[in-house]
Design a protein around this ligand. Structure first.
Ligand code: BGC
Length: 249
């Protein structure tokens, strides 16, 4: 069973056909840089180009970097504020001619890691972080997603946590991994004191360098790097669509 998975990120819009039984890519991924500014028209047009690349007709799962409820976009931390209140699902369906299941990008990545990656078989409270342009969070209780958590936006010393500890913040401040680890540690300690998770999975761009910063973290919680890396968002979006898009008989 194949589903097209799309991941809309701060720097790129990526798509691949996903084998939802194995949670693996069935085609190479196709990536187009995220348009700037990331207005609804520009992003919808780019997603349509990704879909055309695969000549895809059929269910599409799409991870989106905002709170998404019933297809409606509710926040816009790293995208154009014009998205707020729009029916993203309907816009993507009109532009692609296919049924689209839209969900938060970190929730998508988390679903993939829980089913086929670092969180496989893990019960209890698991928090997945996607550390990239922002900090996305996906929370699981005994394998079940609690959707749309926005824990990257807790306030730390008067500032939005993702402005302090995201990968984009590391690059902006020109920090070495060890120095950035102190910012990340402060965030992880705070979030752990609030949620007491059993496991935190670290994904997103920064997860590739896990070995460089993990030794400098002091937080008392089990930490694992994501294993599906930058494929997690596409895989999870496809899994979600497979379970939520009604299949025509
Ligand atoms: C957004 C989240 C998103 C995360 C990662 C945050 O700024 O508020 O909805 O999951 O970035 O893209």
């Amino acid at each position: 069973m194949h589903v097209l998975g799309i991941d809309i990120g701060g720097s790129g819009i990526k798509g691949a056909v996903v084998d939802v039984a194995t949670g693996t890519l069935a085609t190479p991924r196709h990536r187009i840089p995220t348009p700037e500014p990331a207005t609804p028209e520009a992003v919808v047009e780019t997603v349509a180009r990704v879909v055309q690349h695969f000549a895809w007709q059929g269910p599409i799962g799409c991870g989106f970097p905002a709170v998404v409820k019933g297809g409606i976009i509710h926040t816009a931390a790293n995208i154009s504020p014009r998205w707020i209140g729009t029916n993203g699902q309907q816009m993507f369906e009109q532009a692609t001619g296919s049924p689209v299941a839209l969900l938060n990008d970190a929730d998508a990545a988390g679903l993939a890691e829980m089913r086929h990656g670092a969180g496989q078989g893990r019960g209890g409270l698991v928090l997945m972080l996607t550390i990239g342009t922002g900090i996305g969070t996906a929370l699981f209780i005994d394998g079940r997603l609690v959707p749309n958590t926005e824990l990257g936006h807790i306030e730390i010393r008067g500032k939005d946590a993702e402005r302090r500890a995201s990968d984009a913040a590391r690059e902006r401040k020109g920090l070495r991994w060890r120095a950035w680890a102190a910012d990340l540690d402060e965030y992880l300690r705070r979030i752990s004191a609030l949620l007491w998770p059993d496991l935190i999975i670290i994904g997103g761009g920064a997860s590739r360098e896990f070995e460089k910063f993990a030794p400098h973290l002091s937080v008392h919680v089990e930490l694992l790097p994501a294993v599906l890396r930058n494929e997690a968002g596409m895989i999870g979006a496809a899994l979600y669509a497979h379970e939520h898009v009604p299949v025509a008989a």
